[in-house]
Design a binder for this molecule. Structure first.
Ligand SMILES: Cc1cc2nc3c(=O)[nH]c(=O)nc-3n(C[C@H](O)[C@H](O)[C@H](O)COP(=O)(O)OP(=O)(O)OC[C@H]3O[C@@H](n4cnc5c(N)ncnc54)[C@H](O)[C@@H]3O)c2cc1C
Length: 370
């Protein structure tokens, strides 16, 4: 009989096993190694956390997230990193990375028993964990099985299945931090594949001032990935001029349009083509053409969909947190815990999801140590 069985050796399962020192612990993982997502995260450098972390960086915004982050913040994570003898670098504004993801994977190697290549199939009351390599018994079970995104790295929907079986509600799961596919009207985006521009992207009541990247599938890049977290259906808005007006740029009426707009030439060319305007001297622009150029300030479009779970960095939706205590224990079944991405808590791009894995695991550790 184990004190705790942790299902999954991803970010949250590994953080938790690092906190739990004095219990008899078993980790079950169906991959042949730990932390597959950590390995590839942040372009191989793992964006572990952010300088500014607030519950407002998470969807849905909730007191549950706020309280968890108060208990265990980005400063606590940075302290933990330092105690482990590791260093992080602010490689992008506010975002902390390691030199290599391998550094954190090395310190997260569990000291407890871990069974690899072992599929979690089911959990029965009591608890009995049914796996492809036999049945294991425990007083407490922690579901750290992550979300549905990136199956090739080991993701499955088993965490949601287990939660449902014990009577938990699951909010609809969708791909997030993912690119958008586009409708035929925006086909000019595809002709810009590989080009990126800075822009202000608006979705619901959120604004992201970051790069957007055009791709052969549609549109992606940091501002779009963030927008996908808040997008459901309907339109998003892009201000390509980031608060300025077209007329602020087209000041010289004797010069061509393309030479005065602050974008890569190809971008302006394709944009002009899409709105049916030829490049010409500004003095020859007609009134309705000025109106069409103003789309650069306020380009609204409805994405057709997203690039899907296989390209999404995270899964939004999951185990509804109303039924989870502040120690991540189920309010329905004592001894059953949920941590990390399987919960209905999803962070923006920038280290917020590893921060959530850390903070939620620390809260579960407090519960399990009572
Ligand atoms: C490409 C990519 C890059 C990312 N970069 C960043 C970043 O830089 N910063 C950031 O904050 N976040 C990043 N994320 C998100 C982050 O990786 C996740 O939010 C985080 O790993 C979630 O932790 P978790 O422990 O909940 O789930 P996971 O880390 O996904 O762990 C779940 C574990 O459960 C195992 N498992 C699943 N089903 C079963 C089963 N049936 N039986 C046995 N084992 C099972 C999986 O193999 C996995 O090891 C990135 C994600 C991706 C896909």
């Amino acid at each position: 009989m184990y004190d705790v069985i942790i299902l999954g050796a991803g970010a949250s399962g590994l953080f938790l096993s690092d906190f739990l020192k004095n219990q008899k612990i078993l980790i079950i993982e169906h991959n042949s190694s730990i932390g597959e997502k950590i390995k590839v995260s942040g372009g191989g450098k793992c964006n572990i956390t952010n300088k500014d972390v607030s519950y407002k960086n998470y969807y849905p915004e909730s007191e549950f997230v706020r309280n968890t982050l108060v208990k265990c913040s980005n400063k606590d994570l940075l302290k933990w990193i330092k105690q482990k003898g590791l260093k992080v670098y602010e490689l992008k504004p506010g975002q902390y990375f390691f030199n290599s993801s391998k550094e954190i994977l090395n310190v997260l190697k569990p000291n407890c028993k871990i069974i690899y290549n072992c599929e979690v199939l089911d959990v029965n009351e009591g608890f009995e964990v049914i796996t492809s390599k036999g049945i294991f018994k425990a007083k407490n079970v922690v579901v750290a099985l992550g979300g549905k995104s990136f199956k090739k790295l080991g993701a499955s929907e088993k965490g949601y299945e287990i939660a449902k079986k014990f009577g938990h509600k699951i909010s609809p799961i969708k791909p997030a931090l993912v690119g958008f596919t586009i409708q035929p009207k925006e086909s000019w985006f595809k002709r810009l594949s590989g080009i990126s521009v800075m822009a202000d992207v608006y979705v619901k009541n959120k604004k992201f001032s970051q790069n957007i990247l055009f791709s052969h599938k549609g549109i992606t890049g940091p501002a779009i990935l963030n927008a996908s977290l808040y997008w459901d259906k309907g339109k998003i808005k892009i201000d390509f001029l980031r608060g300025k007006k077209v007329k602020d740029h087209l000041k010289n009426k004797h010069k061509q349009i393309i030479s005065q707009l602050p974008f890569p030439k190809n971008f302006t060319k394709e944009f002009l083509k899409s709105v049916g305007i030829e490049d010409k001297k500004v003095m020859f622009l007609k009134n309705q053409e000025w109106d069409r150029l103003k789309l650069l300030e306020n380009y609204e479009f409805a994405p057709a969909g997203t690039f899907g779970f296989e390209r999404a960095e995270v899964t939004k939706g999951g185990v509804v947190t109303d039924e989870i205590s502040e120690n991540m224990e189920s309010k329905i079944v004592k001894g059953l815990y949920f941590v990390g991405e399987v919960l209905d808590v999803t962070g923006e791009l920038g280290g917020y999801n590893f921060q959530w894995a850390f903070s939620s695991s620390y809260s579960a550790f407090l519960g399990l140590s009572l």
